[in-house]
Ligand binder design. Structure first.
Ligand code: HEM
Length: 476
């Protein structure tokens, strides 16, 4: 056994009060004083926060048999976000779910989906061209459209497609239900047994409404594939392949994991893309260097593709720095499944383990001026596990993000294509003054910039022609 890991002093009953704004930064501050793994308590729940790469690698990789479970917080459970893949606690079902996702979007599958990916990105550039002021909507719809096609073989035909709108609602509900600071029931799980008419238990009604929305979406999208398989119109997709597979997948594993691929793939890549736009607005000098690199390497006769990635080190540096500066997923929960001792400290079975990627990516020894956006820190650097944002921001061990390869391809291709065609500039107010957006972020478990304004100017007539040609080619 041994003592609990050290941590800040606790107030009786209440425990520790975590800041509502960016609690992961508050936890990083505590870890500077108390060490890599610290104890926090919120009401009756102990949290063990893991703040360094070395500790996360030891627990999640070396001791993966103890730290690879993820129990849903109570509100997520009530909202039906349990099961599937993200919060699946049944070991057999989780194994099936991981297999389903890995075989659905592995590197070989991605090669096949590349034409669809390109069509979606070119169409997205067209939307930015025609309605730049709605860029946040376009960014939001892009990954949902891609995921719907890959996961269900469903082609969206219009901006207000019901499956896009439904996914938007799910993503919003998930972000709210999983916010660390909202919903007291997450910290006082016994509240889940209080009927919804009792004052203060209004979350029960919210949870029921969100569960109904989630269940309906999961079923409707699944039925779409079942029907298209039955009438012979199915396009190969993650779900159609799972239905035809020899593996005896449980129905709910397919339906729920599929839904979570859409919602998990959407919000994270949206966050990364919005962070990128914000960074370009705040750092025009970075954007200028990026434009120069693209013009030099890709030229102006065609749009860049993912194959250009090895030749574009500065765009690579922008991508790494965006994922470090504001990782879309700042922390993730795990649940330990055995009593364990780490560096002499005791972590009891069933503990709530919080892996704090934010703290790892804002470690001021590894990253001087960690709060500043500085892509140049990635040029001529010896990448190690300790510092590589692509090795940290997607998690560790058996529960590492199964969409990682696809996510990197998607965000890189989106960033480089926006840069190839557009100048991202600040909008001006009525007096002609430039509006500089603040660096304000949401506090959900997937964090993204609060809505801000930006304008997109086509860089040249050549860029416009190339885009128009590609738009004609993809014909969407
Ligand atoms: C920039 C984009 C993305 C980031 C930063 C990201 C990050 C993460 C992180 C940190 C986790 C938890 C890992 C852990 O517990 O150690 C995760 C899990 C997951 N991600 Fe991603 N992700 C991204 C994109 C995607 C995409 C495109 C998909 C599409 C399929 C996806 C699907 C999932 C799923 C299904 C899980 C749950 C896996 C499990 O619990 O076993 N993610 N992601």
């Amino acid at each position: 056994r041994g003592p609990a890991p050290p941590g800040p002093p606790q107030i009786p009953i209440i425990g520790n009060i975590l800041p509502e704004e960016a609690p992961w930064e508050g936890i990083r501050q505590f870890s500077l004083k108390y060490g890599p793994v610290i104890t926090l308590r919120v009401l009756s729940t102990n949290i063990y926060a893991v703040n360094t790469v070395a500790a996360a690698a030891e627990l999640c990789e070396v001791r993966s048999s103890v730290y690879s479970q993820r129990n849903p917080m109570k509100m997520l459970d009530l909202c039906g976000f349990n099961e599937g893949i993200l919060f699946e606690t049944n070991v057999t079902h989780l194994r099936q779910a991981r297999k389903l996702v890995a075989s659905g979007i592995g590197p070989r599958e991605l090669d096949k989906y590349r034409p669809q990916l390109r069509a979606h990105i070119v169409t997205f550039l067209g939307h930015i061209l025609h309605a730049p002021e709605q860029f946040l909507d376009h960014i939001r719809d892009l990954p949902i459209g891609i995921m719907l096609e890959i996961v269900y073989g469903y082609k969206t035909t219009e901006k207000k497609d019901p499956f896009i709108l439904g996914a938007d609602i799910l993503v919003h509900n998930y972000a709210k239900a999983s916010a660390i600071s909202d919903f007291l029931v997450n910290w006082l799980p016994f509240m889940a047994y209080i009927p919804s008419w009792v004052p203060g238990a209004g979350f029960q009604k919210t949870a029921l409404a969100w569960k109904t929305q989630g269940d309906t979406y999961t079923e409707e999208t699944f039925q779409y594939v079942l029907k298209s398989v039955a009438n012979g119109t199915a396009v190969p997709s993650v779900v159609s392949k799972a239905l035809e597979s020899k593996e005896a997948y449980k129905r709910h594993v397919i339906a729920k994991s599929a839904m979570q691929m859409v919602s998990g793939g959407a919000d994270t890549t949206v966050s990364a893309s919005e962070t990128f736009i914000l960074a370009m607005l705040l750092h025009p000098e970075v954007q200028k260097l990026a434009h120069e690199e693209i013009d030099r390497v890709v030229g102006t006769e065609r749009l860049p593709t993912y194959a250009d990635r090895p030749n574009l080190p500065y765009i690579e540096a922008i991508m790494k720095e965006a994922l470090r500066w504001h990782p879309p997923v700042p922390v993730v929960p795990r649940t330990s499944t055995k009593d364990d001792v780490y560096e002499g400290y005791f972590l009891p079975e069933g503990s709530f383990i919080m892996i704090n990627f934010w703290a790892m990516l804002h470690n001021d020894e590894a990253f001087p001026e960690p709060m500043s956006f500085k892509p140049e820190r990635w040029l001529d650097v010896q990448l190690t596990k300790e510092i590589d944002p692509l090795g940290i921001a997607f998690g560790f061990g058996r529960r590492e993000c199964p969409g990682k390869i696809m996510a990197i391809e998607l965000v890189f291709t989106v960033f480089v294509n926006i840069l190839a065609v557009f100048d991202i500039v600040k909008v001006r107010d009525a007096n002609g003054e430039e509006i500089t957006p603040p660096e304000n972020y949401t506090n959900g478990s997937i964090t993204a910039p609060l809505p801000f304004k930006a304008d997109f100017k086509v860089r040249s007539t050549q860029a416009l022609q190339v885009l128009q040609q590609d738009l004609e080619e993809v014909g969407r």
